[in-house]
Design a protein around this ligand. Structure first.
Ligand code: GDP
Ligand code: MG
Length: 299
């Protein structure tokens, strides 16, 4: 909670609006419900998810005989927490060896998030290696190499334009030889050509299954929270081409658009695993439903 406040609460506006409406209303009536619905819709929580929330809210108000607007706020909080809470699935797989694929559009924060996640894992006493399978631009591998240096860990990379699957192949051999706990693979995020992306991901996944069948797997989709509803359509697009096991929601330090965490959790049943709150190595926190939704209400 304090973290969100320090980083300038991304939900501040939503919280204020809800509080204002609730304070101005003496009773729980249709006017209150309409206003709450409007706030949710305009806050970056998608239309469908807003409808789900309002449906659950109406049921709860009825079942629990809620008559004071103040209790509506608590009810709303419970419902939203329930939507984003995916239990065990929120945690990064703790079994090793583990191969983590990072996917998402360019600029979303894949490479930076890899650096931060590597740092976290190292802090937990795990050995980590990185694979620079974003071979599209030379700068991408360079950037990953810098994160490798910062973390004091190895980065497997080839030249610009190399076959990403070949990078993964080499990285797996190296990770096996060194008995590395977690191998994290950076990828290029070209969504313009969906078929191409799908083929490329498929090829990489095949290499991992063939060369490293004993490894556990994660595929994390990195979404830039500042892109709001656009991030939701990315979740859909990438969800069509990959078995996403979790979301990394980045740039929550600079935006009030955290509502997309609720939307992706609800519409795509994808657990948010980490949230990025800055550009530094420490600026990533494990997603916690109570803390996250609490950040909306406990201003
Ligand atoms: N403020 C902020 N910036 C971030 C965060 N995550 C990544 N960035 C910045 O976003 C830009 C793109 O990140 P990058 O990791 O290169 O994205 P990629 O193209 O998906 O690999 C860089 O300038 C990062 O420093 C975050 O959580 N907060
Ligand atoms: Mg990158």
């Amino acid at each position: 909670m304090s973290l969100f406040k320090e980083k300038k609460s991304f939900f501040g506006r939503l919280s204020e609006k809800i509080s204002d409406v609730i304070m101005m209303r003496a009773e729980v009536d249709e006017d209150l419900m309409d206003e709450l619905e409007e706030i949710l819709i305009t806050s970056d929580i998608g239309m469908d998810t807003t409808m789900h929330i309002m449906e659950q809210l109406r049921t709860k108000i009825k079942n629990e005989n809620i008559t004071s607007p103040d209790r509506v706020k608590d009810a709303l909080k419970e419902i939203m927490t329930g939507l984003v809470d995916k239990g065990e699935r929120q945690l990064l797989c703790s079994e090793t060896p583990l191969v983590v694929m990072m996917i998402g559009i360019n600029g979303g924060g894949k490479t930076t998030s890899i650096g931060k996640i590597a740092h976290r894992l190292k802090g937990e006493g795990k050995t980590v290696m990185l694979a620079a399978a974003d071979t599209f631009r030379a700068a991408a591998a360079e950037q990953l190499a810098i994160w490798g240096e910062r973390n004091g860990i190895n980065v497997v990379k080839h030249q610009e334009g190399a076959d990403p699957s070949a990078v993964i192949f080499d990285a797996i051999q190296s990770a096996k030889a060194r008995k590395i706990d977690v191998l994290i693979c950076d990828t290029a995020g070209r969504l313009q050509n969906k078929k191409n992306l799908m083929n490329e991901l498929e090829k990489m996944n095949k290499v991992i299954s063939r060369e490293y069948p004993e490894a556990s797997r994660e595929t994390l989709l990195v979404l830039d929270a500042t892109t709001g509803k656009n991030a939701v359509s990315q979740a859909k697009e990438f969800g069509d081409v990959a078995d996403i096991t979790g979301i990394v929601l980045t740039k929550l330090d600079g935006t009030a658009k955290g509502g997309i965490a609720i939307t992706v959790a609800d519409e795509f049943d994808m657990p948010v695993k980490f949230i990025g709150v800055g550009e530094g190595i420490e600026d990533m926190i494990a997603f916690d439903p109570d803390q996250f939704i609490g950040g909306i209400f406990d201003e």
